[in-house]
Design a protein around this ligand. Structure first.
Ligand SMILES: [Ca+2]
Ligand SMILES: [Ca+2]
Length: 335
């Protein structure tokens, strides 16, 4: 079988139609971006599954942030996981088949369970570098009306088929996963897969490879959150599989977009924290908010602010909202 990069050049009639469909949902009367893109970025719509042999491993990290500790033994069964983050083209196939509307497209009513408790119009959280927002020096996140997976920066903005889908909640991701014949990975499955066979490593690559980090993952270079120098080739999102895979053949397992897992967030790996988290999750800094665990960091991760583009890194995310730097990949169990 040819490598993924070559297989992505295969123009499938179905993917071309879906790519054109998603392009048109975002740009209405403008030309579909896929029509002018080279064949190398024509997306595959089907999931490229990677088989992971189950094992026990050392999960977590005691060398970095406290929420990643303590290192402990975790075990996973055999499973399969998508080689890339779910793309807009893949998500478009789901939407076309089911008519699904994401939470960002629906907004919230104040009386809906598990919501923010107030009426909110369709919107999603959008990052804007401070250099572009001198009027709001203390915040680089805002709730952008009209922002969704189809219009990532708000009404009228455009996206591309081969970019990771963003502005999705965990429930949105779970709906896609179920339709695609899978589920979200657990945090343990995700972390084991992200390590790529490098048990105990700080990175999803070797220490030697870390010397060429700018070629390994899409993160932020420069002073966060002012200016992203883009020395890794991209300021902001990158098309999936733009960087080398890890040892298990997984692309962008760190960087590009954070990825939802099925695991409720706990403040650390301490058993007491896990028990406190229950099924709704618990973030000690925001008690009472239902939170899930996201993994892998994003294009916003920077050594000057947040070194979370590592397998052990983890973060809480409000289940009610997506953002412009969170996507997901799917997994499935092996019978
Ligand atoms: Ca980058
Ligand atoms: Ca990622």
């Amino acid at each position: 079988m040819p490598p993924l990069h070559d297989r992505r050049k295969i123009i499938l009639a179905s993917s071309l139609g879906l790519a054109a469909a998603i392009a048109c949902t975002a740009c209405s009367d403008r030309a579909a971006p896929v029509q002018s893109e080279p064949a190398s970025v024509i997306p595959l719509v089907e999931t490229e599954w990677v088989s992971i042999a189950g094992d026990c491993f050392q999960m977590g990290d005691d060398r970095t942030y406290p929420e990643e500790a303590p290192v402990h033994t975790a075990c996973v069964s055999d499973f399969e996981i998508g080689s890339t983050e779910v793309t807009n083209a893949q998500f478009a196939a789901f939407v076309l088949a089911t008519g699904y509307l994401t939470r960002a497209e629906r907004g919230w009513r104040s009386d809906e369970p598990d919501g923010p408790g107030v009426d909110l119009p369709p919107a999603s959280a959008l990052f804007t570098p401070l250099a572009a927002r001198p009027d709001t020096p203390l915040s680089w996140w805002s709730l952008q009306p009209g922002a969704s997976w189809q219009a990532p920066e708000g009404s009228g903005s455009e996206t591309s088929p081969n970019y990771p889908v963003i502005h999705v909640t965990r429930a949105d991701a779970e709906a896609y996963a179920t339709w695609a014949g899978g589920r979200l990975p657990t945090e343990a499955e995700w972390e084991y897969a992200a390590r790529g066979g490098l048990d105990g490593s700080l990175w999803s690559w070797t220490e030697a490879e870390d010397r060429s980090r700018d070629k390994r993952a899409n993160v932020w270079q420069g002073l966060f959150p002012i200016v992203d120098e883009g020395r890794d080739g991209y300021s902001g999102l990158a098309p999936v599989a733009s960087y080398p895979p890890n040892g298990y053949g997984l692309y962008d397992i760190v960087g590009n977009v954070w990825e939802w897992t099925a695991t409720p967030y706990a403040g650390s790996h301490d058993p007491n924290a896990r028990q406190l988290a229950g099924t709704s999750g618990a973030d000690p800094s925001r008690p009472g908010i239902a939170v899930g665990t996201i993994k892998g960091g994003s294009f916003l991760c920077s050594t000057s602010y947040c070194v979370r583009f590592r397998p052990a890194a983890r973060q809480a995310q409000d289940l009610a909202f997506g953002t412009s730097h969170i996507g997901f990949r799917i997994a499935r169990s092996v019978p």
